[in-house]
Design a protein around this ligand. Structure first.
Ligand code: HEC
Ligand code: HEC
Ligand code: HEC
Ligand code: HEC
Ligand code: HEC
Length: 299
């Protein structure tokens, strides 16, 4: 299929203090006891909630395992996927190993260790986002609504419902006197960083079709948003930025007898092209626009 003639116009953490340094909250025996028992003995709810997250199993995921083995299992991958040699991220990877009293964590600094290091830019993107300007942080969006900052659910796009109402498409016509009307597609989203957020193979696809009056598609075009690695070039950031709409223009929307436009936005988990199946793909939004007579006339 032909490429879309669209124009994208947007275009250390540390811990301190010994476990016994502050004996004011509890007796020395009690504190010593805490350090010798697993966290779950006293923090059962937090430990169970966290165990169900992607992070807690980030060295076990099928996609990770096949990519990791494919590269002959470099240890460097585990510095984020399982820094403490476990199935994934563990308590100490964020809270440190100093023991009680633990210092209060700074968000997003503590997340940057893994969500910003080479190849990851989520925290950087967040710092420049309207969400950060409004005083929000990662936990405002990645914990279930209304839950305390100490909740450890860390939900993301893999959690059912998380992607509901994340992005919106608007279709409109722009009338220039010189030319036939041009269709304009606006894509906005409410993630606190780029969409898609990660740098792995995840992508967002915009599919625009022209439909005849009987609803049959007469043309169709698509654009991918995400990180791309074209041959002989470095990684290219073609994600949807936070805060401002991506605006795409589509000349001659009425070609081949199209009477209306249909647009869909999809989130894909599987790397690869649109034609490769992805059973987990989610439709983020859809929109339609009837074309007036002057937009239908072919020029
Ligand atoms: C991905 C980072 C991360 C991991 C991993 C993590 N936590 Fe936390 N934890 C936080 C953040 C952020 C807070 C809120 C800020 C703070 O209190 O320091 C927090 C707060 C807490 C609190 C204080 C709760 C309160 O009400 O004040 C406890 C207790 C806690 N975590 C225990 C654990 C235990 C036990 C584990 C392992 C099962 C764990 N955490 C794993 C990030 C993490
Ligand atoms: C013997 C019970 C017990 C064990 C075991 C335990 N904790 Fe705690 N933890 C507590 C209590 C009680 C508090 C509430 C604060 C206090 O009284 O000092 C607390 C508070 C915390 C806090 C909030 C900051 C602070 O220090 O007050 C964090 C973070 C935390 N625990 C993490 C952990 C981690 C990580 C582990 C496992 C390595 C762990 N805890 C093991 C009982 C325990
Ligand atoms: C205003 C809400 C909001 C804020 C603030 C926010 N996020 Fe997100 N995040 C989202 C939404 C919505 C998605 C799902 C869409 C996507 O992938 O971008 C997401 C996706 C993600 C993903 C998964 C991306 C992938 O493709 O695997 C990660 C990881 C993530 N966020 C981490 C963070 C971290 C770390 C912070 C803080 C620095 C943060 N987010 C701040 C809303 C937010
Ligand atoms: C030690 C490294 C590490 C730290 C620190 C860390 N993360 Fe993660 N995080 C990961 C890895 C690795 C994944 C990918 C898990 C996967 O998809 O297998 C991930 C995934 C996520 C996701 C996506 C979950 C989903 O359902 O797709 C969110 C949201 C997230 N992290 C938020 C945070 C926040 C917020 C912080 C800071 C409080 C943080 N992380 C700190 C390593 C880390
Ligand atoms: C700097 C920290 C860091 C390093 C190093 C790292 N990753 Fe990740 N990885 C992440 C984070 C954070 C996520 C989740 C957010 C995202 O999608 O980018 C992730 C997600 C992934 C995913 C997607 C998981 C899924 O189920 O969708 C794969 C696969 C992956 N990483 C493979 C690797 C491999 C292979 C290496 C080593 C060559 C590696 N990673 C090194 C931080 C890291």
């Amino acid at each position: 299929m032909r490429r879309l003639p669209l124009v994208v116009a947007v275009l250390g953490y540390c811990w301190g203090g010994s476990a016994l340094a502050d004996a004011s909250a509890a007796s020395a025996d009690d504190l010593r006891d805490r350090e010798t028992r697993p966290c779950i003995a006293c923090h059962a709810a937090i430990s169970q909630t966290f165990a169900a997250t992607r992070m807690a199993r980030s060295a076990l995921g099928q996609t990770f395992r096949s990519e990791w083995h494919g590269q002959h299992s470099p240890a460097a991958c585990l510095s984020c996927h399982a820094p403490s040699g476990d199935a994934g991220v563990v308590c100490a990877d964020c809270h440190g190993v100093g023991g009680h009293p633990y210092p209060k964590l700074q968000v997003p600094q503590v997340c940057a260790r893994c969500h910003d290091a080479p190849g990851e830019r989520t925290v950087q993107g967040f710092r420049a986002s309207p969400a950060a300007a409004l005083g929000q942080d990662c936990l405002d969006c990645h914990l279930p609504e209304g839950r305390a900052a100490s909740d450890h659910a860390f939900q993301g796009p893999t959690v059912p419902g998380f992607l509901d109402r994340v992005a919106t498409i608007r279709l409109l016509l722009r009338h220039d006197s010189a030319t036939a009307p041009v269709a304009v597609v606006q894509v906005t989203h409410r993630a606190g960083h780029a969409l898609p957020g990660g740098t792995t193979g995840r992508s967002v696809w915009l599919i625009v079709s022209g439909l005849a009056s009987d609803g049959a598609p007469v043309w169709s075009e698509r654009v991918r948003f995400g990180w791309e690695h074209p041959p002989e070039q470095g990684w290219q950031d073609r994600t949807l930025p936070p805060g401002r709409p991506a605006v795409l223009e589509l000349p001659q929307p009425g070609r081949h007898g199209a009477a209306r436009l249909h647009a869909e936005l999809w989130y894909r988990f599987a790397p690869g092209d649109w034609s490769e199946p992805d059973p987990r793909a989610r439709r983020l939004d859809a929109a339609e626009l009837a074309l007036p007579q002057d937009a239908r006339a072919l020029r």
